[in-house]
Design a protein around this ligand. Structure first.
Ligand SMILES: [Zn+2]
Length: 479
């Protein structure tokens, strides 16, 4: 491990991605095709993602709960568009306790239906509203073409489910969660995202409106970062989620759902990584810094290790997530490469020469070579580490944003449009018709990613049919 070079991103982005996931020890393949084993380093990253989101969910009034993994098959059939959307992907349990079950059970592809069932019981009056619940779990969708983190048969995520008294409250909740996700993406994942509305063809099965955050990966393709759905009264009607309003009238509730999954790990890899491997944003990195002690003789070792341990304690005390590479029998150079592969944002080199001067070398993962190196006095290390981590965090975001801007075209005609979606995003007027959307997909393999919430205004003509159009949409090839 660590000896062979990775394929470069330019030469084979897909294979580069697979190798980074395996060699950084984020995840591994499982005996059942399409499933993944998330390894401790990958899980630590996911834990930091969940913590950053969970804090925001709770600050906006949500609480966590746990709904069961198994759902009666009949539940899925209750909501028509839902059944059409999910049936082909269902894993069905037909036997239990050695006997054939009277009614088959499905392994949740999402919990909409079972949540609907529970909400119908729990909600009686306007006083019971709103209900604001989230859950962290895993779900199963029988995907045929899989890739670690990006598309797996079982994946980990959070699913929020809320019920409200009015349409406007449900819409406000749906939009609030878009804002929460944008805040997380920009500030913690350092991934610049474009929040927008999905088309009828791309929206969630059973939703009135689906909002999504779209991000550009390092190969110019789009990845849907997460979604927030306004479900209108569709599930409330299918599951009889009703309440008595203030005037004593029985009303159907308005519900929402919103989710973000382990796909986001894939996004972080593809947005920030380079030809040396992973680059993790400091706010989410399992280790923000790694100390590599350098020595030859036993005497040097004693001195260096003592200083290294002291530094480690100081950094832990300053709430920096730091580890120390004490492995014997591997060279410092090997260790440098290994931690570069794993994307640790900062490396702290400490050798006899540094020790004598009371200094260390700080090396930034995002800036290779001399440019990213600085000498820091040991006495000032904690402060310098925190400052540098903040700089790395910002630099990753800014670099990804600059890359997206450089690879987003605003084509004037269909010819330019076709070129733009070969290498990145196309931002173009779209008339809103499903026909144009389908034609574009057929001819270019690019899909309508979203209609950005932020529009520059004005009107134009549809990039496909030339009819009048009021909104610009993002089109791209996507994961
Ligand atoms: Zn059109």
């Amino acid at each position: 491990m660590g000896d062979q070079k990775l394929p470069s991103r330019a030469e084979d982005f897909s294979e580069w991605y697979n190798q980074v996931v395996l060699r950084a020890e984020l995840a591994d393949y499982a005996p059942v095709r399409g499933c993944m084993i998330v390894r401790p380093y990958g899980w630590a990253l996911w834990e930091n993602i969940t913590a950053a989101l969970d804090r925001r969910f709770k600050a906006t009034g949500h609480m966590n709960a746990a709904f069961p993994l198994l759902i009666p098959r009949s539940f899925i059939d209750k909501e028509q568009s839902h059944v059409a959307g999910f049936s082909p992907e269902l894993a069905v349990v037909t036997h239990g306790g050695g006997e054939k079950l009277e009614e088959p059970l499905v392994i949740r592809p999402t919990s909409e239906t079972i949540v609907g069932h529970a909400y119908a019981k729990w909600i009686q009056s306007y006083r019971d509203l709103p209900v604001l619940i989230n859950q962290w779990n895993s779900v199963v969708r029988w995907e045929l073409r899989t890739k670690l983190f990006l598309r797996t048969l079982e994946f980990f995520w959070q699913e929020g489910h809320t019920a409200h008294a009015t349409a406007s409250e449900a819409e406000a909740e749906t939009r609030q969660m878009v804002d929460v996700y944008v805040d997380f993406a920009m500030k913690d994942a350092a991934v610049p995202v474009i929040p927008g509305r999905k088309s009828e063809a791309e929206k969630f099965a059973g939703a009135d409106v689906t909002y999504a955050l779209e991000a550009m990966m390092g190969d110019g393709k789009a990845l849907q970062f997460c979604t927030s759905h306004n479900l209108g009264q569709n599930f409330a009607k299918a599951f009889e989620i009703r309440y008595l309003d203030k005037t004593g009238q029985l009303q159907h509730c308005w519900t929402t759902s919103w989710g973000l999954s382990t796909r986001v790990v894939g996004a972080i890899i593809m947005v920030h990584g380079d030809d040396q491997g992973l680059i993790l944003p400091p706010k989410l990195a399992p280790y923000q810094a790694v100390i590599v002690p350098i020595f030859k003789s036993d005497e040097e070792k004693a001195q260096v290790m003592e200083a290294a341990r002291r530094i480690r304690a100081e950094l832990l005390n300053a709430e920096v997530r730091v580890t120390m590479d004490e492995r014997e029998g591997v060279s410092p150079g090997f260790k440098f490469n290994d931690w570069e592969m794993r994307g640790v944002p900062l490396r702290i080199e400490l050798g006899p020469k540094h020790f004598a001067k009371g200094s260390v070398v700080l090396a930034r993962r995002d800036k290779p070579g001399k440019e990213g190196k600085s000498f820091v006095l040991q006495a000032e290390l904690a402060e310098a580490t925190k400052r540098t981590l903040a700089e790395v965090q910002q630099a990753l975001h800014d670099r990804a944003l600059a890359f997206r801007k450089a690879n987003t075209g605003e084509p004037k005609d269909y010819g330019e449009f076709k070129q733009a979606v070969e290498t990145g995003f196309a931002l173009a007027f779209w008339c809103g018709s499903a026909g144009c959307e389908a034609k574009i997909k057929e001819e270019t393999k690019a899909t309508m990613r979203c209609i950005p919430l932020e529009q520059s205004g004005g009107s134009g003509s549809c990039i496909c049919c030339g009819q009048p159009a009021k909104e610009r949409a993002i089109f791209a090839k996507a994961y």
